[in-house]
Design a protein around this ligand. Structure first.
Ligand code: SF4
Length: 279
């Protein structure tokens, strides 16, 4: 918030940004794949220090072998490690999800609790993870302050803080609770595709006229467009059009494209192995 902007003006500007982002990303959704609170909780713990894409690659195997907290609590940690290895820090993460599952079994009868107070008592579960699970698996509104959300909230002037708890509180003041969960998705989508950490694509940004940080990144429209990522990246126009036209199926469309990309990468790796070491 600039010194000249009243709280009311800030609120109005913030809500306009939310509306414009809603029009730009009608397909915004939780990018971690899950079918129930248990899967989302475990996937969120695994997403620390890695991408959602990478987590989505390992969770189908993990959940087919260990479909609930009881099964995961009884798993051999070495087996969990092997499955989740691609997500990095796999020993610590295996220990985390194993202990987490044991605690859910011991203290919540095997069922993931649906309140913030109970969720944050679970090992490795902070407010961010709890809000992700509450908002997306239980339908209880929450602001999820991850690295993208924190960065954009500051660039938008919604907060002056880098403390996630303060950011969460400041942003909650600006929006109705019913908007919190979807707002979190839209802001994170924008942070991953346009308002990038090192070089934001200001010249290709739909909220440029509402953003006090315009100019922090590339302002030349042609150069900025080249910085865009995922379905907004140059050459992905057909995918983007498909996601806009089928917003409710966007998660499935994204899963399909991720699977295709993984298959293409595996094929390339196989080819390289077959060719043998380069001399
Ligand atoms: S104008 Fe630039 S800094 Fe502001 S939201 Fe857009 S990309 Fe980010």
């Amino acid at each position: 918030m600039s010194p000249d902007e009243s709280q009311l003006a800030l609120k109005r500007r913030a809500r306009r940004i939310n509306r414009v982002l809603g029009e730009a990303y009608p397909y915004a959704h939780a990018e971690l794949d899950f079918r129930n609170p248990f899967e989302l909780l475990v996937a969120t713990v695994l997403s620390a220090q890695t991408t959602d894409v990478r987590v989505n690659q390992v969770t189908p195997v993990l959940f087919s072998r260990y479909p609930d907290a009881r099964a995961l609590a009884e798993a051999d940690p070495a087996d969990i490690e092997e499955i989740i290895r691609p997500t990095g820090f796999f020993r610590a993460k295996a220990r985390s999800v194993h202990t987490l599952a044991q605690k859910i079994v011991d203290e919540f009868d095997g069922v993931v609790p649906g309140s913030l107070a109970a969720l944050v008592t679970l090992p490795g579960v902070g407010r961010k993870t709890a809000n992700v699970v509450l908002g997306n698996a239980f339908g209880i509104p929450g602001i999820t302050v991850d690295t993208h959300f924190g960065r954009l909230a500051k660039r938008f002037g919604w907060t002056a803080s880098e403390d996630p708890l303060v950011v969460e509180r400041d942003v909650m003041e600006l929006f109705e609770p019913k908007d919190w969960t979807l707002l979190s998705h839209r802001v994170v989508f924008h942070g991953r595709r346009v308002c990038l950490a090192r070089r934001p694509a200001c010249g290709a940004c739909v909220v440029a006229s509402l953003c006090p940080s315009f100019g922090e990144g590339e302002t030349d429209p042609a150069k900025a467009r080249k910085l865009l990522r995922f379905e907004l990246a140059p050459g992905k126009e057909a995918l983007h059009a498909e996601m806009v036209a089928n917003a409710s199926a966007a998660a499935a469309i994204r899963q399909r494209t991720e699977a295709q990309a993984a298959a293409a990468a595996a094929f390339t790796a196989d080819q390289a192995t077959a060719r043998g070491p380069r001399r």
